[in-house]
Structures are given as structure tokens and as C-alpha cells.
Design a protein around this ligand. Structure first.
Ligand code: AMP
Ligand code: MG
Length: 498
């Protein structure tokens, strides 16, 4: 046990389970206190859903908990071990700057991560060094933590499975990167932090028993309904295939680019995790890459569905020894499940894209209607989000692509398609309104909010968060959030931003 001071009064209802796994899955953490914690943003709605007493947690004494300065009685204070394939290369990793403080149990299952669960990890990101820190300082910077807060909350409001952000605190300490930055800690919420990389760790270092205990834990926590299936480990693989086919299709249909789809950044639950160099695409271009380190475009927009599949294969490999004692048999069985991914992905993608175009039923030409639109958007360099907003609200169509004969022809085809379906045109447009976000976290608006926050003004970020909380509401008074950035010679770049 550690020697850290503990607070008794709990604002949480912890029911910890991760420490029931063998000790090699985690390391207990001694806290690394920070100088002068100051709360800069707190997610009241999320706290309420989590049945956390917000007033209690925001008290001076308890903020010390979110700062990682004091432990709370009943907390578990561990860093989790995991490996990962980073840009294709296998490495030992682990929580190098995060600590899990406990698992919050709620009274009934809720979908605050867009995945139903009655238990959520409470994790501090940026809380200091751990045995997995390698050369790092274990700290995080204010800008990237606020960026994670803004984008993860936007994803939630777009109904995309995601980890959530409960709070960000400034630490009052300097963090040394290429420039001196303000330190910060983010409180992250997830239905669990189990990653594909956690399984890779077990398979590589702990053998069959290690993978088995982890797989049973994952099934219990995320997919308990497969527990009595004939081959529950094959079923686990199938659930993960389904969850990621669903997730990545959602990303593609809002133009979200994760940027660092390494296997350590892929969850077993199918929640988006690790908001580092991610960003939303503006001009439609399937080759779009924002991350400064993704020099070969491995995680470009167009590659995301295939990279998810590649990652799932690495996960599947860890399960083979549980699926069947005969290796060849196990590979055959796993492959049959893995082959389902592309069909499932395509079904999800087609469904989402049809909703974006107001199509309820099925016709053979639907895929062509969607692809023709996307090709035109690429050719005429149209904005992904705003194109669908224009089609939905019949606005801003007196320019660019919309004035071409090609588009007029496509539009006529599409309108005829809508008229052929049983549901009325009004219903079609209603479906489009519910499927096409009017606002997304546009890169220049996010940067503007972060710059102001870095200078101590949080109002710009609060306004942005408020606009993003209602992404499907068309309002004239938020035009500035739909506008494109001023053209520049330099493409937008994101950084892993540790
Ligand atoms: P990420 O790129 O954020 O997914 O991180 C990859 C790995 O590097 C994970 O094991 C992180 O815990 C670790 N890491 C990232 N930043 C730091 C840091 N400042 N100090 C220590 N470890 C870090
Ligand atoms: Mg990571």
C-alpha cells in the first residue's frame, strides 16, 4: 500500500474491480502532488448522470482529489499496463501519465458514453509519472486537455460512442515542451479503459491464463450477454467487430479523423479514446491527414475503416489460444468473424449516409447517389459538413459546386429518389435535419477558444461548448460557427500535444 494521505468524505460511489485482476495488469501509484490546483471547467450534467455530488466534489478539499494531491478512501489508484502497435510497430506502453482513481457505480445502466453501463472509470490524465512513463514527465498541458474536453463532449452530442470529460484543472505548474506551457489535469470518464493493447500485453507477457482472466473481465464488464455462448471468446471478438464497425462508420459520416489509431488507442467497449491529434475534416478530401507525425497518411480519413480492421486483427490474435486449442482451427474460426467487419462497416456507413440524404428504404442505386455526391464534393473542394447543411436547409446553394450542371443533374436524381419512397418529402427532410450536424468543432474555432483559455479567458470556450451541445439546431445567430477558416497556404496541423 502507498503512504499517501487520504480523504474520507466520499463524493463517489466506488465499486472497484480492476484490482481483482492479477497484479501484473497494473501498478499502484504514489501520488505526485501539484502546486496550486485551480478548476477551470466542470461538467455539471455529466456529474449528475454519474450520481456524483458535484458540490461536494468541487469543494476546496475535494478538488485535491481531482488534482491528484490526495487520495480518496475507497479509491484504487492504479496505472494500467498495456502494449500497442504504434504506426504498425509493437511496443510496451501503459498509463504513463494517467491514474485510475476508482470505478463509479451508478444505480441503473446509463449511456453517458453512448454505450450503456452501470460502472465508469474515473481517471486523471496528466497526474504525474508512473512506472510506465518511460522518458515522459507524466504531465499534460492545458491546451490539449481542454481540446480533449471540447471534442469528446462534441462527439457525445453527435451520438458517437466516446470517453467523456468531467473536469479540467490547471495545476499551477509549468510543463516543459518545445515552449513552456501551463500544466493541467483532465478527469476522464470511460465505461472502461480496456484497450486492444491491454490484450496484447496479456498475450505477450502473461500467457493464456492472463488473456483468459482479462477476456472474462471484459465480457463481464461490456458484453455479459455472451457469457453463456458456446464459444464466449469468439463472441467477444464478434462484439468488438460490431462495436468498431459501428464506431468508425459514425466517424466517417461526420468527418472525424482520429489521427492516431494505434491499438493502444482502441477500446474494447468501442468508445472513441485518446483525443490527441484528432480533428474534423472541413473540405472533403479522403486523403486528409492532420497529425504532424502521420507522415505517410496511415491514419488518413479514407484509411480509417481499414485501419480499424487491421487493429481488430491484432486483437483477434490475442484471443486465438482461447478460441480453440487447435491453432489452425482457431484461425479459421476467428477469420470467419473478422470477415464480417467489412459488411458490417458498409451497412453502418450506408445507413448513416442514407439518413444524411433523407433516404428511408432501399434501392440498388443508393450507393451510387452517395458516391456521386462525395466525388463532386471532392472535385469542387466543398466543405463536408456544410454541403449536407445546404442540402438539408436549401441554403447557400448559389455558389460553387451547386451551380454546376453536374450537381443539377445529381440533385434531380436525388429528388426523384426521395419522391419514389413511401415516406413523405417532409419526413425525408426531418430525417436529414436529425442526421446532419449544423455545427462541428471547427479547427479554427477550437484554436480560438484554446488561445483565449491559455490567456485566462474561458468565455470563448464556454460559448463554443454551448453551441456544440446542440449540433442539430439550425440557428442564424450561430453563423460564425459554420464559417470556414480564412484560406491560408499552410494546411491545419495537429500534434500529439502531450
Ligand atoms: P498517446 O500518444 O497519448 O496515446 O500516448 C502513448 C503512450 O505515451 C502512452 O503510454 C502514454 O501514457 C505515454 N505518454 C504520453 N505522454 C506522456 C507524458 N507526458 N509522460 C509520460 N508518458 C506519456
Ligand atoms: Mg494513448
Amino acid at each position: 500500500m502507498t503512504q499517501d494521505k487520504k480523504i474520507n468524505k466520499s463524493c463517489f460511489n466506488f465499486e472497484n474491480t480492476y484490482t481483482n485482476l492479477p497484479e501484473s495488469f497494473y501498478s499502484e501509484i504514489n501520488l505526485d502532488p501539484v502546486k496550486k490546483p485551480e478548476l477551470v471547467i466542470f461538467n455539471e450534467d455529466l456529474a449528475k448522470s454519474l450520481e456524483i455530488d458535484a458540490d461536494c466534489l468541487k469543494s476546496e478539499e475535494n478538488l485535491e482529489i481531482l488534482a491528484g494531491n490526495k487520495k480518496i478512501e475507497g479509491g484504487e489508484y492504479i496505472a494500467q499496463a498495456y502494449c500497442g502497435h504504434q504506426f504498425g510497430h509493437f511496443t510496451m506502453l501503459g498509463d504513463g501519465r494517467a491514474v485510475l482513481i476508482g470505478e463509479q457505480k451508478v444505480s441503473k445502466p446509463i449511456d453517458i458514453t453512448k454505450k450503456e453501463s452501470d460502472k465508469f472509470d474515473i481517471q486523471l490524465k496528466g497526474s504525474g509519472r508512473t512506472p510506465y512513463s518511460r522518458g515522459g514527465d507524466g504531465r499534460a498541458v492545458l491546451g490539449p486537455m481542454l481540446r480533449e474536453y471540447i471534442i469528446s463532449e462534441a462527439m457525445y452530442n453527435l451520438s458517437i460512442p466516446t470517453t467523456r470529460s468531467l473536469a479540467v484543472l490547471k495545476t499551477g505548474e509549468k510543463v516543459y515542451r518545445e515552449y513552456v506551457k501551463q500544466g493541467a489535469i483532465l478527469t476522464r470518464i470511460a465505461s472502461s479503459h480496456l484497450r486492444f493493447g491491454t490484450f496484447e500485453y496479456a498475450a505477450n507477457y502473461l500467457g493464456k491464463e492472463g488473456v483468459k482472466v482479462l477476456a472474462d473481465y471484459a465480457i463481464d464488464r461490456h458484453y455479459p450477454y455472451v457469457k453463456n455462448n458456446e464459444n464466449k471468446y469468439l463472441s467477444l471478438l464478434e462484439e468488438v467487430v460490431k462495436a468498431h464497425a459501428y464506431l468508425v462508420a459514425k466517424w466517417q459520416c461526420v468527418g472525424f479523423i482520429h489521427g492516431v489509431m494505434n491499438t493502444d488507442n482502441m477500446t474494447i467497449s468501442g468508445e472513441t479514446i485518446d483525443y490527441g491529434p484528432c480533428a474534423f475534416m472541413d473540405t472533403y478530401n479522403p486523403d486528409t491527414v492532420f497529425s504532424s507525425i502521420d507522415v505517410h497518411g496511415r491514419y488518413a480519413y479514407k484509411n480509417q475503416p481499414n485501419m480499424a480492421s487491421w487493429n481488430i486483427c491484432r486483437f483477434a490474435e490475442t484471443l486465438l489460444q482461447l478460441i480453440n486449442d487447435d491453432e489452425n482451427e482457431a484461425v479459421d474460426m476467428a477469420q470467419k468473424v473478422l470477415y464480417k467487419y467489412s459488411d458490417l462497416y458498409y451497412e453502418n456507413w450506408l445507413h448513416n449516409m442514407k439518413c444524411k440524404l433523407g433516404i428511408f428504404d432501399e434501392e440498388a442505386m443508393d450507393k451510387a447517389i452517395i458516391e456521386d455526391l462525395l466525388s463532386m464534393m471532392e472535385k469542387y473542394k466543398e466543405d463536408f459538413t456544410n454541403t449536407f447543411v445546404s442540402l438539408t436547409y436549401r441554403k447557400n446553394m448559389d455558389r460553387g459546386m451547386f451551380l454546376t450542371a453536374e450537381f443539377t443533374n445529381w440533385y434531380k436524381n436525388w429528388q426523384e429518389r426521395l419522391e419514389r419512397q413511401e415516406k413523405s418529402l417532409d419526413k425525408a427532410y426531418e430525417l436529414m435535419k436529425n442526421s446532419n450536424p449544423v455545427v462541428i468543432p471547427r479547427n479554427h474555432k477550437v484554436e480560438e477558444a484554446l488561445k483565449a483559455a491559455d490567456n485566462g479567458d474561458f468565455t470563448v470556450m464556454e460559448k463554443l461548448l454551448s453551441v456544440l451541445s446542440n449540433p442539430y439546431e439550425y440557428r442564424e445567430d450561430i453563423d460564425e460557427y459554420r464559417e470556414l477558416p480564412q484560406p491560408t497556404d499552410l494546411p491545419y496541423r495537429t500534434y500529439c500535444g502531450t
